[in-house]
Design a protein around this ligand. Structure first.
Ligand code: GRF
Length: 221
């Protein structure tokens, strides 16, 4: 049966676009994006959803007095679409433990760093400031600790001497676009699942790891 995916956004929606392309091409097999929901009415991602003929909704966090109230409204809206998986794609709100618990094992996030390095905001500036040689992107299960759930896939991006925040962010974003569809495909086909606080693989982990390493090698080309 076709799997149902709801995508939460706050911004321009380039990760949304890469996921939609992967659903169309079959890289994410047998899956339909059934709704795109933003906490910001002006998010460009909503326009992309409309263009793709997907229900595009806003649950504006400014209309709610507390995080608990906002998350409850968001959860109602999401659950109206009965998703198998929820993908945070540039969704810029911290979520309450009850909300996270409700979607345990079926909610993923993409984060622009090699977690556990640089959780939170301004990851590219912080990576440059620290002088790290490698930066990158991670897709992880969402848990109640911010940007700390178990990773499913990571892509490493070399930090170049001439990099500024913008150039580094652009290469990391490109990596995000490659690894997020892969992680979603693995979750939606049951290849990876969340159990006992870890990502558990149906196939031997070495197989998944080799696939996970491939995107980082490509980033040199
Ligand atoms: C991405 O870098 C994501 O990792 C970050 O916000 C950005 C969203 O970009 N948290 P987009 O809206 O998917 O283009």
């Amino acid at each position: 049966m076709t799997k149902r995916l709801v995508i939460l956004v706050s911004g321009r929606g380039s990760n949304l676009q890469s996921i939609l392309a992967a659903c169309r091409s079959g890289q994410i097999p047998d899956t339909q994006v059934v709704a795109v929901i933003s906490n910001r009415p002006a998010a460009g991602a909503l326009e992309l959803a409309v263009l793709a003929g997907i229900p595009a909704l806003t649950v504006d966090h400014r209309d709610y007095g507390t995080r608990v109230d906002f998350d409850a409204a968001l959860q109602r809206q999401i659950d109206d679409y009965a998703p198998d998986v929820v993908a945070l794609a540039g969704f810029m709100r911290q979520l309450t433990p009850a909300f996270v618990q409700h979607y345990e094992g079926r909610m993923l996030n993409v984060h622009p760093s090699l977690l556990p390095a640089f959780p939170g905001l301004h990851t590219h500036a912080r990576a440059l400031e620290q002088g790290v040689l490698w930066h990158g992107a991670s897709v992880h299960f969402v848990t109640s600790a911010l940007d700390a759930g178990p990773a499913i896939i990571q892509a490493a991006v070399a930090v170049l001497p001439e990099d500024d925040e913008q150039s580094l962010a652009a290469r990391v974003l490109d990596a995000e676009h490659r690894i997020y569809p892969q992680a979603l495909a693995w979750l939606l086909t049951g290849r990876v699942a969340y159990a006992a606080g870890r990502a558990q693989w149906r196939d031997p982990p070495e197989t998944a790891m080799r696939e996970a390493i491939a995107p980082s090698l490509e980033s040199f080309s």
